[in-house]
Ligand binder design. Structure first.
Ligand code: PMP
Length: 301
C-alpha cells in the first residue's frame, strides 16, 4: 500500500489523530487514494482552545454537520466523541492554547470522480498547533495591512471544504505584498471576504457593515459571534457589501476569524484606513470579544 507520511515541523503537534488512532506525527499516514487528496472531497474545521477549553465549540460542530451534509458524507462520530478526541489531543500534546485542525474526507476509493457506489468509511484526521496569543495581541494593537485580489473561488464557498486553492493564492498574493490578508473581490467589485477571515468596515455614516451570508462566503463563526456582540452593544451590523474604495475611505475596518478574533485593518492596498490606527469601534469589539472568550473558556488576558 502506498502512503504519504504527514511530515512537517513544529509548532504542529507531536501526536496526531488518524482514523481512530493517536500516533506520533512522523508515523501517521493517509492513503494516496484518499478522495480528499485526489479530489479535495472533504471538509474541515479549525477549533480554538484557550485555557484548555474550546471556543464556540457547538457553533463549529453545527457548521461541520452542515458541511458534511452538503457533501453527503456521514459524520464518522458524534459530537461528544469529537470533543473527547479533541480533549485527548490537547492533553497528549500538553497544550493549553492551541488550534485543532479537524479534517474529514469521503475516504479511500479507486479513483473515479463520482461518489463510490459503496460509501467508504470517512477518513478523519486531527492535528493541533500551539496558538500564540501574544502574537495575536500585537496584531490587535498595531493593526494589519490587507490587499485586494480577485475572488477566483468556486460557487459553494459556504461549505468549508479542503478545496482552498483560491484562498491559498489570495493569501500568497497578500504575503508577497507584505500584507496579512487578501480581501477577495467579486466580479461586481464588491469584497466577498478575506482568504481566511471575514471582512468588515465602519463606513462613513458610522454603520458596521459586512457582506450577507450566501453561497459566496463562508458563514464564519466569529462573524456570527461578533454580530451578536455588536448588536448587544447597540451597533447591529448592516449586511451590505462594500467595494475596496469604500473600505479605503471607511472610518474603520477589521477582519474576524477564529484565529484572528477581531483584528483591525489599518491599510488597504497601501491606503491608510481612517488615521491609519485601530479605531474606537474596532477596539471596543476586540474588548467585548475577549470578554466572550473569558465567558466561554475562562481564558483571561
Ligand atoms: N472565511 C474564510 C474563507 C475562512 O477560511 C475563515 C476561517 N475559517 C473565515 C472566513 C472565518 O471563519 P471563522 O470565524 O469560523 O474562523
Amino acid at each position: 500500500m502506498c502512503a504519504v507520511p504527514l511530515v512537517g515541523e513544529s509548532p504542529v503537534s507531536r501526536i496526531v489523530y488518524v482514523n481512530g488512532q493517536f500516533l506520533p506525527r512522523a508515523h501517521a499516514s493517509v492513503s494516496i487514494e484518499d478522495r480528499g487528496y485526489q479530489f479535495s472531497d472533504g471538509v474541515y474545521e479549525v477549533c480554538l482552545f484557550l485555557n484548555g477549553k474550546p471556543l464556540d465549540f457547538h457553533l463549529h460542530m453545527d457548521r461541520l454537520d452542515r458541511s458534511l451534509a452538503a457533501l453527503s458524507i456521514n459524520p464518522p462520530m458524534g459530537r461528544g466523541a469529537f470533543k473527547v478526541v479533541m480533549d485527548q489531543m490537547m492533553r497528549r500534546n500538553r497544550l493549553r492554547d492551541a488550534t485543532i485542525y479537524l479534517q474529514i474526507t469521503r475516504g479511500v476509493a479507486r479513483r473515479d470522480h463520482a461518489f463510490p457506489a459503496f460509501p467508504p468509511a470517512p477518513a478523519i484526521v486531527m492535528a493541533a498547533q500551539r496558538f500564540n496569543v501574544a502574537a495575536l495581541r500585537e496584531k490587535q494593537k498595531a493593526g494589519v495591512a490587507v490587499i485586494s485580489t480577485p475572488d477566483l473561488r468556486w460557487k459553494r464557498c459556504d461549505i468549508k471544504t479542503v478545496s482552498l486553492l483560491g484562498n491559498v493564492l489570495a493569501k500568497q498574493a497578500a504575503r508577497e505584498a507584505g500584507a496579512l490578508e487578501g480581501w477577495m473581490v467579486d466580479a461586481q467589485g464588491f469584497v466577498t471576504e478575506g482568504s481566511s477571515s471575514t471582512a468588515w468596515i465602519v463606513d462613513q455614516q458610522g454603520r458596521l457593515r459586512t457582506r450577507r451570508l450566501a453561497k459566496d462566503i463562508l458563514p464564519g463563526i466569529t462573524r456570527h459571534v461578533v454580530g451578536d456582540i455588536a448588536a448587544n452593544a447597540q451597533i447591529a451590523p448592516v449586511e451590505e457589501p462594500f467595494t475596496i474604495a469604500e473600505a479605503q475611505s471607511a472610518k474603520e475596518a477589521f477582519i474576524a476569524s477564529t484565529t484572528s478574533s477581531v483584528t483591525p485593518v489599518t491599510q488597504i492596498d497601501g491606503v491608510p484606513v481612517g488615521d491609519g490606527t485601530p479605531g474606537p469601534v474596532t477596539r471596543d469589539l476586540i474588548d467585548r470579544h475577549w470578554r466572550h472568550v473569558l465567558r466561554e473558556t475562562g481564558y483571561r488576558l
